[in-house]
Ligand binder design. Structure first.
Ligand SMILES: [Zn+2]
Length: 687
C-alpha cells in the first residue's frame, strides 16, 4: 500500500496557532512579526534561531499527542479546525449511502466516528484479507496478494507506483521499488543502537498476531523480524535513494523475471492489474535479486504470518480499540515519543482527507482527499489571497533569473540551459484547476474498512487508467489542505492553500516578512530544479545532465564548503547532521533566502525600506524566515529526523543559512567572535 511519487524532488516537509483573528489585521499584529517571541538575552550572532524565537519556545509546550510543537503545527491546527467544522456539517444527518460529494465525505467521516460499530466488527472487518492470506497455497498465490497491496492493506517487498516517465516526460511510467520494511529505515534493522526499537517491533508483531488468533505468535514474530532484517540488508540506503539517475532502469516484464527470477512476477503484476503492461522502471534494481532471494528462501508459513501481521498493522487505525491502541503504542509512542493518541475527530479527518502525503504516503491511502480539498478550497482560499501570492511568486522568479544571469561561477553554456529551464517552470498556488471524479465510489456510513478499501481501489483505477494517456500537466501531487509544498517532475512548483497562511504567508503582513518566509520557500523550491539533482532534468523535462563538467565540479566545491559547516551541527548528543543526506535541502534553503532578499529589494523600486517598530526591512526579511521555522521536538523525533530526513532540523535551517549571507551580518551587527560568525572568504556562495 504505497503511493510514492519517485521524483518528489523536495517536499519541504514542514511538520507544521489556532487563534481567532480580525480579518483586517495580520495574524501576528501589528505587521506580521511576533514581537513577543524574541529572546533578547541571546545575541543574534550567537544563535539567531534562539534570538528570534526564544520566548516563544520557552512558553510553548510540546503537546502529549505529537512529537513536535511549532508555528507550522499551529498552521495545521488552524486548518484542522476549519476541516473539522466542514466535516461535521457534512456528516450531520447524512444518509446511509449518499451519492453527492459532500454526502460521501460526510458519510466516510461518520463511519470513522462511529466507534461502537468499529468495535463491534473487530477483526471481522479484515476477514477477507486474512482469509485470503491463510488460503494461499504457494508463493505465486501470496505474490498475487502482494500485488493487490496497491489497492488493499497487504504488504509487499516490492512497491508499485505511477509517475511521469523521467526520459519520456510526456508519458507516464509504472515504477517498482522496494517497500517491505515495517520499521522507518534500514538502519533500524542493522545498527546496534536501534536494538530497543527492534525489540519493541518484535513485541508489536507478537501482539497483533495474538489479536488475529494466528498460530505461534512469539515464534512467528521472531521470524518476521529476521525476514525484514534480511530485506533491509538487501535494500538501498537513503542517500542512494536520492539519486534519480541510478533509479531510471526500464525493464520489460521478461526483464523483471530475468532480473530477479526467484520472485513470481506474473502473479504479482496480475494482483496489481498491470500484467497487460510491458514496461516498468525498476528503481532500486540492484536490490531486486537480493529481495527476491530472501522471499523465496523464507518458508511459506513465515511469509503468511508476515503478511497477516503487516495487513493488520496497515488496517489497525480503522479497526477496534485493541488493534488501534497497539499500533499507536508502537508507531507513535515508542518510535516517535508521542505520549497520547490524537482525538478521534482528528484521526477521522486524516482517514477521509489524507494528511502529509509527501512525508507519509501511507496516510493518504484509501481516502477521499481531493473531495475534501475541493470543499476546503471553496470555503477557505479566497480570490484576493490567490492574487497576492501569484504576484509574489512572479517577483521571486524574476530575482532567480537575475541571479542566474550574474552567477560568477557558472559558464555561459550551462547558464543558457538554466534560463531556458526556468522559463518552462509553472508555479501553481492554492488549488488545481480540475477536480477528481468520485461519482463511482461507494461510501457507506456503517462500513469504515470498506470505505477505505473502495477509495483505495478507485484511486488505483484512476491512476492506471490515466497512465495510458499523455501526462496531465495540470496535475497536483498534494491536496489543497496540505501544509507543505513541492517541486515536481512536471517542472512545476506547487503551493497548496494549506501552506499559504501565517506565518508563512499573510496577505495582511508587511511584505518584508512575506518575502523572508514564503518568498524564501518559493526560492528554495525553484533552486531544486537547478541543483545537483535538478540539473539532471532538462528544460523539456527529460532526464539529461545539462551542466558542463567544469560547472559541476565548481558547484561541488562550493557545496562541500556548506556541507563541512553542517557536519559540525549536533542536534542531539552523538548524532551529527549528515551533510550528504541534507546537502540538496541546505543549498536550497541558502539559495531561497538569498533570492527572497533580492526580490524584496527589487520590490521597493529604489525607495528606502520602511522601519517598523525599530526593525529595518532586511531585519524583517531574516526574522520572517527565522520565525517561520520556530519550533521544538522531543529528542526521539529529532534523532529519527536527523537520521532519515533530507531536511536539516529547523534550528539549523535558520542558523546554518543566515551565517552565509552577507547582509545578515550588517543587519544584526554580527562580528568576529560571535558563535555563528564566518569570515567572508569562507562563506558558502552558491546561488
Ligand atoms: Zn527542498
Amino acid at each position: 500500500m504505497k503511493k510514492t511519487p519517485y521524483l518528489l524532488l523536495s517536499g519541504i516537509l514542514f511538520a507544521s496557532a489556532a487563534m481567532a483573528r480580525d480579518s483586517s489585521t495580520p495574524v501576528y499584529p501589528p505587521f506580521g512579526v511576533d514581537l513577543t517571541a524574541f529572546d533578547k538575552t541571546t545575541k543574534p550572532g550567537d544563535d539567531f534561531f534562539q534570538y528570534a524565537n526564544g520566548s516563544y519556545l520557552a512558553r510553548t509546550d510540546i503537546p502529549a499527542d505529537r512529537p513536535i510543537a511549532s508555528r507550522r503545527y499551529e498552521m495545521t491546527d488552524r486548518t484542522d479546525q476549519q476541516l473539522k467544522a466542514l466535516l461535521e456539517s457534512a456528516s450531520n444527518g447524512v444518509g446511509e449511502q449518499p451519492v453527492d460529494l459532500t454526502g460521501k465525505v460526510g458519510a466516510f467521516y461518520a463511519s470513522f466516528m462511529d466507534e461502537a460499530t468499529v468495535n463491534r466488527l473487530g477483526v471481522s472487518a479484515i476477514d477477507p484479507e486474512i482469509s485470503a492470506i491463510k488460503g494461499a497455497s504457494d508463493l505465486p498465490a501470496l505474490a498475487r496478494l502482494m500485488g493487490q497491496g496497491v489497492q488493499d492493506f497487504y504488504p509487499s517487498p516490492f512497491g508499485m507506483f505511477i509517475d511521469t516517465d523521467l526520459k519520456k516526460p510526456d508519458a507516464y511510467a509504472i515504477g517498482i521499488g522496494e517497500s517491505g520494511l515495517g520499521l522507518p529505515d534500514r538502519d533500524y534493522y542493522l545498527e546496534a543502537s536501534f536494538a530497543p526499537q527492534r525489540d519493541a517491533y518484535r513485541a508489536y508483531a507478537e501482539h497483533l498476531l495474538t489479536l488475529l488468533n494466528w498460530p505461534d505468535p512469539a515464534g512467528n514474530a521472531t521470524r518476521i523480524l529476521q525476514f525484514e532484517t534480511a530485506l533491509a540488508q538487501g535494500s538501498w540506503t537513503k542517500v542512494e535513494e536520492r539519486n534519480p539517475d541510478i533509479q531510471y532502469n526500464p525493464v520489460s516484464k521478461a526483464g523483471l523475471q530475468a532480473l530477479a527470477p526467484q520472485f513470481p512476477w506474473q502473479a504479482y503484476l496480475e494482483g496489481a492489474s498491470t500484467a497487460d503492461r510491458d514496461r516498468f522502471i525498476a528503481t532500486t534494481n540492484s536490490a531486486f535479486p537480493k529481495l527476491a532471494a530472501t522471499v523465496s528462501a523464507t518458508p511459506l508459513d513465515t511469509l503468511k504470518a508476515w503478511m497477516a501481521f503487516r495487513t493488520a498493522d496497515a488496517a489497525a487505525p480503522y479497526l477496534s480499540a485493541p488493534f488501534d491502541n497497539a499500533r499507536f503504542d508502537f508507531r507513535q509512542k515508542t518510535l516517535q515519543g508521542q505520549a497520547e493518541q490524537a482525538p478521534r475527530w482528528k484521526r477521522a479527518k486524516t482517514a477521509v482527507g489524507g494528511d502529509d502525503c509527501g512525508a507519509n504516503p501511507a496516510s493518504c491511502f484509501g481516502t477521499l482527499d481531493w473531495a475534501v480539498g475541493k470543499l476546503y478550497a471553496e470555503r477557505y482560499f479566497p480570490a484576493p489571497t490567490k492574487a497576492a501570492i501569484t504576484e509574489l511568486v512572479g517577483n521571486i522568479k524574476a530575482a532567480f533569473r537575475n541571479r542566474l544571469q550574474h552567477l560568477e561561477w557558472m559558464g555561459a553554456a550551462t547558464k543558457k540551459e538554466a534560463l531556458k529551464k526556468l522559463d518552462t517552470y509553472t508555479i501553481k498556488v492554492g488549488y488545481p484547476d480540475k477536480w477528481r471524479d468520485y461519482s463511482g465510489v461507494v461510501i457507506r456510513r456503517d462500513d469504515l474498512v470498506g470505505n477505505v478499501r473502495r477509495a483505495a481501489a478507485a484511486d488505483w483505477a484512476f491512476l492506471l487508467n490515466r497512465s495510458k494517456g499523455p501526462v496531465d500537466k495540470s496535475d497536483w501531487l498534494m491536496t489543497p489542505q496540505t501544509n507543505d509544498a513541492y517541486n515536481g517532475s512536471l517542472r512545476d512548483i506547487v503551493f497548496p492553500a494549506g501552506i499559504l497562511q501565517a506565518p508563512i504567508f499573510d496577505p495582511k503582513a508587511d511584505p518584508a516578512i512575506n518575502y523572508g518566509a514564503v518568498g524564501a520557500v518559493i526560492g528554495h523550491e525553484l533552486t531544486h530544479g537547478f541543483d545537483d539533482q535538478g540539473r539532471k532534468i532538462d528544460a523539456s523535462g527529460a532526464l539529461r545532465d545539462w551542466w558542463t563538467k567544469a560547472d559541476a565540479a565548481e558547484f561541488q566545491r562550493r557545496a562541500a564548503i556548506l556541507g563541512a559547516q553542517y557536519a559540525q551541527f549536533e542536534p542531539v548528543p552523538g548524532v551529527h547532521i549528515n551533510p550528504d543526506l541534507t546537502m540538496g535541502e541546505n543549498i536550497a534553503d541558502l539559495g531561497g533566502l538569498t533570492m527572497a532578499l533580492d526580490a524584496y529589494h527589487a520590490s521597493l523600486h529604489g525607495r528606502p525600506a520602511p522601519v517598523l517598530d525599530g526593525l529595518t526591512g532586511d531585519q524583517r526579511v531574516f526574522l520572517g524566515w527565522a520565525q517561520a521555522w520556530a519550533g521544538k521536538a522531543k529528542p526521539e523525533a529529532i534523532r529519527q529526523a536527523t537520521i532519515s530526513d533530507p531536511h536539516s532540523f529547523r534550528k539549523y535551517r535558520v542558523n546554518g543559512v543566515v551565517r552565509n549571507i552577507d547582509p545578515w551580518y550588517s543587519a544584526f551587527g554580527v562580528k568576529p567572535g560571535d558563535k555563528l560568525y564566518i569570515a567572508p572568504a569562507k562563506r558558502a556562495r552558491i546561488w
